[in-house]
Design a protein around this ligand. Structure first.
Ligand code: SF4
Length: 329
C-alpha cells in the first residue's frame, strides 16, 4: 500500500513495572516494553503480533496512556500525548479509542446496551439532547450490524460476537480516528472471528479509520493488516508490510511463527520450526539478543551484543545480527 501521511509517531516508548516477588519470585523490574519506535500511517492497519509475554498489550495501553510509560513519546497531531494534562488528554482520547478482548467484562451487565453506547456520547457533548444521543446510538447499532430493538436489551441477551459488536459501537461513539484493538477477536469462535474481522474492514473503509490490531494469532493478523510488527520480550523483532513479511522473512522468530500457521492441504508442506522452551522472564531477559535462548540460528555474537534494528529492504526492518553489519564489541 502506498505510504500515507503519519497519524501517530512512537519514539522510544518504554514501560517497566516494579515488582516485589509475586509469581516472578524475584524483586526487580519487569521490562515489559523497551524502546519501541514506529510510525502509524493514516488508514492503515498495523498488526502487532507476539506470544503471551511479548509486551504487545502493554504497548497498546501505553500508547493511549491507559498506563503510565517509563519513558518515550507518542506524538499525535504534533503533541506528545504522554505529556498532556488529563483535560487536554480527554479531548485527544476521543480520537484514539480501544476495543478490548473480552466484551463480557467490558459491558456493565445492569445497563441496557443502548444506554452503554449513548452515555459517552452525552458525557462528551457530541450531541445536546438525550433524544439525539439515542438517534446516534441507533445509527451506530445499525453500522455494526445490530437491529434497533437491541437498544433496550441487556448484555446477557447477546452472543459473544454481538457483544463485541456492541463494544465496537461504543468505541465508535466518539468518532475516533484510531482504534487500538487488543485481542479483539481472540475470545470468539473461528466463524464469528471472521465476521468481526470483516466488520473491522468494512468500518475502516466506511469511516476512514486507522487500526492497531494486537493479536497472538499471526494468521488473523495477516488477514487484516497492511503491515505487521513482530514483538518478543518487549522489543520489536521485525516490522514490514504484510506481503513482504510472508514472502521474504528475515527474523528467525518470525520464521518460526509463520511455520506454525496451518496450511491448506493442497499446498506443499512447509517445515514447522518448533521453538525450544518458553519465553524467558521479562524480569531477567537474556543478554545480547533477547531471542537467543530459543533461536535456531544463534551465534557467539548473539550472547554479548544487543542487535539494533536495521532496514534490510525498503520499509522492512529487522533486529538480528544475521543482517547487522556491526563488528562484535
Ligand atoms: Fe538469533 Fe542471533 Fe538473530 Fe538473535 S541475533 S535472532 S540469536 S541469530
Amino acid at each position: 500500500m502506498p505510504m500515507a501521511e503519519k497519524i501517530l509517531e512512537v519514539k522510544g516508548l518504554t514501560k517497566y513495572f516494579d515488582v516485589q516477588g509475586g509469581f516472578l519470585k524475584k524483586k526487580g523490574q519487569v521490562r515489559a516494553v523497551e524502546n519501541i519506535c514506529f510510525d502509524l500511517y493514516n488508514s492503515e492497519t498495523l498488526g502487532i503480533v507476539g506470544e503471551s509475554g511479548s509486551g504487545k498489550s502493554t504497548l497498546g495501553r501505553a500508547l493511549l496512556k491507559l498506563l503510565k510509560s517509563t519513558s518515550g513519546e507518542v506524538v499525535y497531531k504534533g503533541k506528545n500525548i504522554l505529556d498532556l494534562s488529563d483535560t487536554n488528554l480527554s479531548l485527544i482520547r476521543r480520537e484514539l479509542q480501544m476495543v478490548f478482548q473480552d466484551p463480557y467484562a467490558s459491558l456493565n451487565p445492569r445497563i441496557k446496551v443502548g444506554n452503554t453506547i449513548a452515555e459517552p456520547i452525552l458525557a462528551n457533548k457530541m450531541v445536546s439532547t438525550s433524544g439525539q444521543a439515542r438517534e446516534k446510538t441507533l445509527k451506530l447499532l445499525e453500522l455494526v450490524g445490530l437491529r434497533p430493538e437491541m437498544y433496550e436489551r441487556f448484555p446477557h441477551e447477546f452472543s459473544g460476537g454481538q457483544r463485541q459488536r456492541i463494544s465496537i459501537a461504543r468505541a465508535l461513539a466518539l468518532e475516533p480516528k484510531v482504534l487500538v484493538c487488543d485481542e479483539a477477536v481472540s475470545a470468539l469462535d473461528v466463524s464469528v472471528q471472521a465476521q468481526i474481522l470483516n466488520l473491522f474492514n468494512q468500518l475502516k473503509n466506511q469511516l476512514d479509520l486507522t487500526y492497531i490490531f494486537i493479536s497472538h494469532d499471526l494468521a488473523v493478523t495477516k488477514y487484516i493488516s497492511n503491515r505487521i510488527m513482530v514483538m518478543y520480550l518487549g522489543e520489536v523483532m521485525e516490522l514490514a508490510p504484510t506481503e513482504k513479511l510472508f514472502s521474504k522473512t528475515f527474523h528467525p522468530y518470525t520464521e518460526a511463527l509463520i511455520s506454525a500457521i496451518p496450511e491448506p492441504s493442497t499446498k506443499g508442506k512447509r517445515k514447522r520450526i518448533i521453538l525450544e522452551g518458553d519465553i524467558p522472564s521479562p524480569i531477567d531477559p537474556p543478554s545480547g539478543c533477547k531471542f537467543r535462548t530459543r533461536c535456531f540460528k544463534t551465534m557467539k555474537k548473539c550472547k554479548n551484543v544487543h542487535p539494533e534494528m536495521v532496514e534490510v529492504e525498503s520499509n522492512h526492518f529487522v533486529r538480528c545480527h544475521l543482517y547487522d553489519a556491526r563488528k562484535e564489541a
